[in-house]
Design a protein around this ligand. Structure first.
Ligand code: PEP
Length: 256
């Protein structure tokens, strides 16, 4: 049996400057240390804004912390005339373990489509940064196509041409549940994550499907995390709002 180490990931979005980031990560590490958190049992990752990454890297190295981190986006290109963009090579240089790809806010406000996200997934993999690929349906999609069709189609498109041994993470984030306070039920989330795993097996093979972590995201809090973590096909959470509160996010990381 493949054991998938749970991943509890905090997407800070456009919150916390680099000084606030240092204070936050220090406090988070202390809180988890106080609780005797075992990072081999549940990996804890933060996704700060780009301008914080160097500070977070230095702090984690200096204090030998077990928290890992990643970028919230990357360019599909390695370098060149792309004003404002950040490449996977730069994230790798900052020792980012992960990078979020295709968050619904990028899809919605920055017009990111399946083709671009496929290129971004490949760019991340090329630089050995693990893409956390976000997929999820809007309320209208849910009404029109049912629960799994849109997230499964988004995942298939983003993984086209990706090799079977690629190290990736999938985050199922129903758009209607993000920042709304209205999380999916455990059953709803499990149903879609199970469908994503079946599709993963079809795309990349059964080994990849067994090994790949699928997270749930959308109004996760300390009060609902345990229920999600009990589901067979949910291997962690991508947390937005609640990841900005140290006490709340450390409780989520411990999902008890
Ligand atoms: C997110 O944006 O990835 C997210 C899950 O947000 P929230 O937890 O605030 O719903």
């Amino acid at each position: 049996v493949t054991v998938r180490t749970p991943l509890l990931a905090g997407n800070w979005k456009m919150n916390l400057d680099h000084l606030q980031a240092i204070a936050f990560v220090q406090k988070l590490a202390w809180t988890l240390k106080d609780a005797h958190h075992d990072y081999t049992q549940a990996e804890v990752a933060v996704f700060p804004p780009f301008t914080d990454l160097r500070s977070v890297q230095n702090l984690i190295a200096a204090d030998k912390l077990d928290i890992v981190y990643g970028g919230q986006d990357l360019s599909a290109h390695d370098s060149g005339a792309y004003t404002g963009e950040i490449s996977g090579a730069f994230l790798a240089k900052l020792e980012c373990t992960y990078v979020i790809v295709g968050h619904s806010e990028r899809r919605q406000y920055h017009g990111e489509n399946d083709e671009l996200l496929n290129a971004k997934v490949k760019a991340a993999l090329k630089h050995n940064v693990v893409p956390v690929l976000c997929v999820g349906e809007t309320a209208e999609d849910l009404e029109e196509f049912g629960p799994s069709a849109v997230p499964v189609a988004q995942m298939r498109a983003a993984l086209a041409g990706v090799s079977a041994d690629a190290n990736i993470v999938i985050a199922y984030e129903p758009v209607w549940a993000i920042g709304s306070g209205l999380a999916a039920t455990e059953e709803q989330a499990e149903q879609v994550c199970a469908a994503l795993r079946v599709a993963l097996a079809e795309e990349l093979g059964t080994d990849a499907a067994e090994r790949t972590r699928i997270l749930y995201g959308g109004s996760v809090k300390s009060t609902n995390i345990a229920g999600f973590m009990r589901q067979t096909n949910i291997d962690g959470a991508l947390v937005g709002g609640a990841s900005l509160d140290v006490a709340e996010f450390s409780s989520i990381a411990r999902f008890q």
